[in-house]
Design a protein around this ligand. Structure first.
Ligand SMILES: C[S@@+](CC[C@H](N)C(=O)[O-])C[C@H]1O[C@@H](n2cnc3c(N)ncnc32)[C@H](O)[C@@H]1O
Length: 420
């Protein structure tokens, strides 16, 4: 049966409209600007209401790791994967509290060294660096990176690498307001050493907050509490029936463009050569040709039919087929009685409604999961002020009059595994 959630009432208790930006960036959540991350309050509430301490919470599309951090804070075990190496680094660092005293000492050494006359630089040989960074910024960033490479302890080194990654945009001529790669020849890029030290000091404070909030039993046995891998959502690092709760927000169709959004970090950390492989495994990738498969959703078939038989129709079909495989993997790792919470909005392509929420619920039901609740939430504009072009479905400027608000509402599908 084709589902239709459009008439569902919005539940205002899930908007978190009262949250300030500071609250949504608490603990380590503000380390890195990761596009399309969800607010921690949402993940925290689902974890609190649908799992108990000691149980395992997973996020197969962890992005910057929001779910994992909230799981650890509530003394749950956390399992997360993402196909993007930048997400993997950021999530790992955000979910790794470091002794504040140890980190402060490393920061003091770093700041002293960077204030001196350093010459060693580490700049990857890639012409794209010159495309984005003026010579002075490139040189200064190279000096910082060379110093970071000297930090022996991996957790501390990665902590400062995330601070470095976070300042790349302001230190480049990437149009500051845009998530898409657009040059702004009139921009005055920030001075790297000052920007880096400022960001590191902010992160030092946030790390201390996280360190103090975590239960000592979790902090002391961190490796037993979390598994964070750069992997595909269709091959989760968890045994069958061991996960109690999944809290996740999947990528959107056409969002493989996201690969480009992280290109500054990928450039400096030399992940760029892994980009083609990453693109191919990205959900809904247009780079894979697959045989015609049953999408297990009447609505999905109808949407693909409405899109005709061009490239977009193929992309949407790939996307729903990929998501079906991800749902199969979620079912495998969930225990009976465990729940998958999928946070997803609907969108448009070529003016055709792409009703992801209804398609996903139908696919999950056909895999044997039961809808325990379908929550419709409004997204406060201050939290997600993105707009999308209704024709291409891609992110676009808010000033373009031909746009629709990306996801003014979204759904949380709470689906329960009732049997193996
Ligand atoms: C909407 S974002 C998740 C954001 C996350 N909830 C957060 O708070 O940061 C979707 C993520 O799915 C990831 N992704 C895409 N294809 C994937 C795949 N095949 N396996 C695992 N992750 C994938 C993307 O790299 C992206 O980080």
């Amino acid at each position: 049966m084709v589902l239709d959630f459009r008439a569902l009432a919005i539940d205002p208790s899930w908007a978190f409209a009262e949250c300030t930006q500071k609250q949504t960036r608490y603990l380590t959540h503000g380390y890195y600007t990761y596009p399309a991350k969800f607010i921690p309050q949402l993940a925290a509430r689902l974890i609190r209401e649908l799992s108990t301490p000691g149980e395992t919470v997973a996020d197969p599309f962890m992005g910057s790791g929001t779910t994992l951090i909230e799981a650890l804070v509530q003394a749950r075990r956390a399992v997360g994967v993402d196909i993007n190496p930048v997400a993997h680094l950021v999530a790992r660092v955000k979910a790794t509290p470091i002794s504040p005293a140890v980190l402060a000492a490393e920061y003091a050494r770093l700041a002293a060294d960077l204030a001196g006359e350093r010459r060693a630089t580490l700049v990857p040989a890639n012409a794209r660096i010159d495309y984005w960074f003026p010579p002075a910024q490139k040189n200064e960033l190279g000096i910082i990176l060379a110093r970071l490479a000297e930090i022996d302890d991996a957790a501390q080194r990665e902590f400062f690498l995330v601070a470095f990654a976070q300042i790349l945009k302001t230190c480049s001529i990437w149009l500051q307001k845009s998530v898409k790669p657009t040059r702004d020849p009139r921009k005055t890029p920030a001075e790297p050493r000052a920007a880096f030290l400022r960001q590191a000091r902010f992160m030092l404070k946030q790390n201390a907050e996280f360190w103090n909030l975590l239960a000592p039993s979790v902090r002391g046995a961190l490796e037993a509490y979390r598994v964070i891998e750069c992997a595909d959502a269709r091959a989760l690092p968890a045994r069958a029936g061991t996960v109690s709760l999944i809290v996740t927000s999947p990528p959107y169709v056409t969002s493989y463009e996201y690969a480009d959004l992280h290109q500054l970090t990928a450039l400096w950390f030399e992940y760029l050569d892994t980009l083609p492989a990453f693109r191919q495994r990205f959900i809904g990738s247009a780079y894979t040709a697959r045989a015609h498969i049953d999408l297990r959703s009447e609505l999905a078939e109808r949407i693909c039919g409405d899109l005709g038989d061009g490239k977009k129709a193929r992309e949407v079909r790939n996307y729903f087929a990929d998501m079906l495989e991800c749902f199969g993997e979620m079912k495998r790792v969930l225990r009976v009685g465990g729940k998958a919470c999928i946070v997803i909005g609907n969108t448009e392509l070529q003016k055709i409604p792409i009703r992801n929420a209804e398609v996903f619920a139908e696919q999950l039901q056909n895999l044997g999961l039961r809808a325990q609740a379908i929550i419709k939430r409004a997204i406060p504009a201050k939290i997600l002020p993105q707009t999308r072009d209704p024709y291409s479905g891609k992110f676009t400027s808010a000033r373009n009059s031909n746009t629709v608000l990306a996801y003014p509402v979204e759904y949380i599908l709470v689906m329960e595994k009732t049997a193996d």
